[in-house]
Ligand binder design. Sequence first.
Ligand code: NAP
Length: 326
Amino acid sequence: MKAILFEKPGSEDVLFWGDAPAPELLPGMIRIQVAATALNRADLLQRQGFYPPPAGASEILGLECSGVVSEIAEGVSGFRIGDRVMALLPGGGYAEEVVVDAGSVMRVPDHIDLVEAAALPEVLLTVFLNVFEIGGLREGGWLLVHGGGSGIGTASIQMARSIGAHVVVTAGSEAKCRRCVELGADVALNYREGDFAESVIESTGGVGVEVVLDSIGAPYLESNLKSLATDGRLVMIGLMGGAKSEIALGALLARRLSVVGSTLRTRSSVEKAALVAGLQTRFWTALEEGRLQPIVDRVLPIDQAGAGHRTMKASDHFGKIVLKVG
Ligand SMILES: NC(=O)c1ccc[n+]([C@@H]2O[C@H](COP(=O)([O-])OP(=O)(O)OC[C@H]3O[C@@H](n4cnc5c(N)ncnc54)[C@H](OP(=O)(O)O)[C@@H]3O)[C@@H](O)[C@H]2O)c1
């Protein structure tokens, strides 16, 4: 099969479309002929040699894909050859074929374009895990999410709104803030215009938010804690701004705050299957009714993966960057 490969970690220019052995179908797995994959920030780190795949995972980039089922291991039920599916992957998505545990595979609703569906698995599952399972966001509650125009941000806005929760986002331009509000955010704050904590408190009637979903890390830690309501939860899923910080811990005690860190990729296939099942129970109606949609900034041919990485590095996108295979 063909796949996006690189011989040594480095810039976007190291990526090339070359020959790789087709992956072996193991018990419990499904083979998918890939229609498309989508970019995640983690891909940029992996390409630079900073984020190796977990043990046993493909060395090929790509944490999600959409496509058609082409082979099913003996004993796996619930899928048929030819099904339109999308899947969460521990790696391997930038390729013509993937094999993946059946528990990480989801059917693509009929009305969603198969190529655009590649934009869904990673963001839906990350937001489900961190905002709803760990963060416990409920109807009527408030969520603060940084990078409202990111893949994660655009999914957070839609998922929170779909359960009747309220959302504050931060983003780096007026244009992105406007698009976040069009997508359903109650409030969008341009982080280049100053600290967000006071505006978050004001927007929530002086109370603060129940949940913060943070991917910036150190420089936002203090303001994230200030933005939380009593008993609030800060869930950290990325460290784009830095990893070391010093804070006064008194607020954690006085306002009974929780700070949790989490990654999706390193979880076991059993945990991922439980997340997929939970996501389908709670959010599939919203997806089928069109209240959750893939937000796709652009679709590039897979051999332009490097150009996609450059766009993501510059944060020139709103939503997801999709790579079409074939
Ligand atoms: N732990 C996990 O399991 C997990 C899973 C998936 C993703 N993640 C993490 O979640 C984050 C988002 O991922 P993604 O794939 O959606 O990335 P993405 O689409 O590239 O989004 C990153 C966004 O952050 C915004 N941003 C940059 N600096 C900011 C700041 N100081 N304040 C607010 N926003 C800022 C950027 O746009 P503007 O600056 O133009 O607004 C951009 O929209 C990444 O850190 C990723 O590693 C973690």
